[in-house]
Design a protein around this ligand. Structure first.
Ligand code: ZN
Length: 324
């Protein structure tokens, strides 16, 4: 049987902070309304990816993952480990935090959520909420009770091309005018700490989870120290944004393809790939697949080596050994 990549159909979610940029920037056909999230590669029940090409056309990723472990490096876990999204923030997201695996398992019967963002677009002056200033849990709780948000929350300016790693326990929020590609653990557990006192579509404020937020926020905040590794492969570059050494759940790379780049899967179980700019092709043996900005696909275990062609930028990820 011919060995093919698995090309995936994205799923879109309406959000009060969403907009229409996913249509403009990626040419996606999106539903009416304010669309905030494109779930591009997902085995999570809240937004399952469907496979577009044969031999698994029409099947969802969770089913193929469950029935064909040989495509995914024979995993130990029952859920597809990585969730890739594109987020379009036209307004501020709620100030939030995600639990780690241990807390999420006990309270939500879910995986925890460590995530990271590659900034695709940012308006001038755009910033993130990222981390806090409290030195102790007592101080943290006091600042939250007194709504001392300006004092408590750290603001970090961002621009296109920035990479931000957000381990579970980190207070964070995207704000208006930012588009990111997000790579995260396959989890949908969010604790909302503050929502700018906004009224939702049903005329009510959205739910807050103050107690759980206070439980899981890491104190004090320590910014993760990542040392990006850049490899120049002839004229193309491979940039490791976060890796196994950073004790993350996943490795994330940025590939800038300018000249043909040959790669091997090696010890990696499989690759999750998103084309974020340009166009080109993926050559596997005698076959070639055209690629364009907005394409998302998985290279399964059975594809041992391949070549990237054209002029394009990709974000590529895979689960790290030991956490998979
Ligand atoms: Zn988040």
């Amino acid at each position: 049987m011919k060995i093919t990549p698995l090309f995936l159909e994205p799923v879109f979610h309406r959000k009060i902070w969403g907009g229409r940029n996913l249509e403009r920037d990626f040419g996606y056909q999106i539903p009416e309304g304010k669309i905030g999230e494109c779930w591009a590669i997902s085995g999570h029940p809240h937004g399952l990816s469907t496979i577009k090409n044969d031999p698994y056309a029409g099947e969802t990723l969770d089913v193929v993952y469950g029935q064909h472990p040989e495509l995914f490096g024979r995993p130990r876990r029952s859920e597809f480990p990585i969730l890739t999204k594109i987020l379009d923030a036209n307004d501020n997201l709620s100030i939030q935090v995600h639990p780690d695996d241990f807390y999420a398992q006990q309270h939500e019967n879910s995986l925890g959520k460590t995530e990271c963002w590659y900034v695709l677009k940012a308006k001038p002056g755009a910033y993130l909420i990222y981390g806090h200033t409290a030195n102790s849990r007592t101080e943290l709780v006091k600042d939250i009770e007194n709504s001392e948000w300006d004092k408590l929350l750290r603001k970090v300016p961002v621009q296109k091309g920035d990479f931000i790693y957000t381990p579970s326990g980190t207070i964070h929020a995207l704000t208006s005018g930012i588009e990111v590609l997000e790579t995260q653990q396959s989890s949908d557990v969010t604790y909302r700490l503050y929502d700018y006192d906004r009224i939702g579509q049903n005329g009510k404020k959205r739910r807050l989870d103050i107690k759980k937020s206070e439980d899981v926020i890491t104190v004090p905040f320590v910014a993760p120290h990542l040392i990006p590794i850049v490899r120049h492969e002839e004229e193309s570059t491979v940039n490791t944004l976060v890796g196994a050494k950073d004790s993350s759940y996943f490795t994330v790379q940025k590939l800038a393809i300018k000249t043909p780049l040959s790669e091997r899967l090696g010890t990696r179980p499989f690759l999750v790939c998103s084309v974020i700019d340009g166009s080109g092709a993926l050559a596997i043996g005698d076959y070639s697949y055209n690629l364009i900005k907005g394409d998302h696909f998985i290279l399964p275990t059975s594809i041992a080596h391949w070549q990237w062609l054209g002029e394009m930028t990709l974000i590529v990820s895979w689960p790290n050994a030991g956490k998979y």
